[in-house]
Write a protein that binds this ligand. Structure first.
Ligand SMILES: Cc1cc2nc3c(=O)[nH]c(=O)nc-3n(C[C@H](O)[C@H](O)[C@H](O)COP(=O)(O)O)c2cc1C
Length: 333
């Protein structure tokens, strides 16, 4: 089966889905930093979509586009229902989470434990593809537990590809489902970019996007050659301006200055706070904007400690930015 839409999505630079981190405000911030990157929602379960408030779960600002919706689930018919509900809301792709190792996710029988059930994953993908006109992708690990990462990963990817998936976001480390917390599972099993590379080479008909531990421009520029793109998670969140360094190497659009990003977010914050969104739920994602720069500590403190007390959202952010840049200039002089 073929995915129905001809692919026009640029996946060279993706920002990873991160639960409780990459919410809609964070994504607006990332979008102002990198106009051309592909952004992802946090994982939303199929059941939440079927039973929940769609505006709350799937609502987002158009500025976030292109935006991929990540789903969690393991029942083909339920996933198809969720995909139907999400259709027409502006997402450019639907992604199935087959990489999350948390206990809560395992007990719902989805996430990384599904790597042990490739036929079921293929059925899920087939049902999702039939339910919409969008590309359907998977995000997975190179294996779980004692699964052989050579034959196991090849078999898994071949089955989902046969179901019509042609994009795989690959976190290049195994997940250990027993004994490690989700946090430990993001660091402890070692990364194996060579295994990921072998998959990308063997299945050069697919787009394999490399994820896991990508932290420097040199590393990313060296690795991306063999892949359809890179997906950056924690580094994008903690040091967000790093995204512009990568974007400079990938895209023609000149990167914005930190001040321009802060200004854009000030306007956004003004709009959102008028809709009763608390300012700190926006600024909490922006604490790292000046990371590594003079004035970084002032910025972090000001936004982190005083956003709750601010009367005017936009002017609070603008003022913090002015102070921070003035401080940097003073120190430099
Ligand atoms: C706080 C947090 C939440 C995450 N939530 C998700 C999620 O909802 N779905 C998912 O597929 N991966 C999730 N991940 C995993 C990331 O998408 C990514 O695969 C992982 O962090 C490795 O990439 P990195 O080394 O660049 O951070 C999460 C990671 C973090 C740190």
């Amino acid at each position: 089966m073929e995915n129905k839409i001809r692919e026009t999505i640029d996946r060279r630079l993706c920002v990873a889905p991160m639960m409780h981190w990459t919410d809609r405000h964070c994504r607006v911030f990332h979008r102002h930093l990198v106009p051309d990157a592909l952004l992802f929602t946090e994982m939303v379960t199929a059941e939440a979509i079927i039973h929940g408030n769609l505006d709350r779960l799937l609502g987002h600002d158009k500025v976030e586009h292109p935006l991929v919706l990540q789903l969690g689930g393991s029942q083909p018919d339920r996933l198809a229902m969720a995909v139907e509900s999400a259709a027409g809301r502006g997402f450019c792709e639907i992604n199935l989470n087959v990489g999350c190792p948390s206990d809560r996710v395992q007990s719902g029988r989805f996430g990384a434990c599904l790597m042990a059930e490739p036929k079921l994953v293929a059925d899920c993908c087939r049902a999702m593809i039939e339910a919409c006109d969008l590309p359907v992708s998977v995000k997975c690990r190179i294996g779980i537990d004692d699964m052989d990462p050579e034959t196991g990963l090849d078999y898994f990817v071949d089955l989902v590809a046969e179901a019509g998936v042609n994009v795989v976001y690959l976190h290049a480390r195994k997940a250990w489902l027993n004994g490690l917390s989700p946090k430990e599972n993001r660091d402890i099993p070692p990364l194996d970019y060579d295994r990921a590379r072998r998959l990308a080479t063997r299945r050069s008909d697919l787009s394999v996007i490399l994820n896991g531990g990508l932290e420097t421009a040199e590393q990313i520029n060296a690795e991306v050659i063999d892949f359809g793109g890179v997906m950056i998670g924690r580094t994008a969140y903690r040091t967000p301006y790093f995204l512009t360094t990568i974007a400079k190497d990938f895209f023609a659009t000149p990167p914005p200055s930190r001040r321009q990003v802060a200004q854009a977010m000030a306007e956004y914050a003004d709009r959102m706070t008028k809709q009763q969104v608390p300012l700190h739920s926006i600024t909490r994602h922006m604490l790292g904007l000046y990371a590594g720069q003079r004035g970084a500590r002032h910025w972090r403190r000001r936004l982190g400690e005083q956003a709750r007390l601010a009367d005017h959202a936009g002017s609070f952010i603008r003022k913090a930015c002015d102070e921070c840049e003035a401080l940097a200039a003073q120190i430099a002089a």
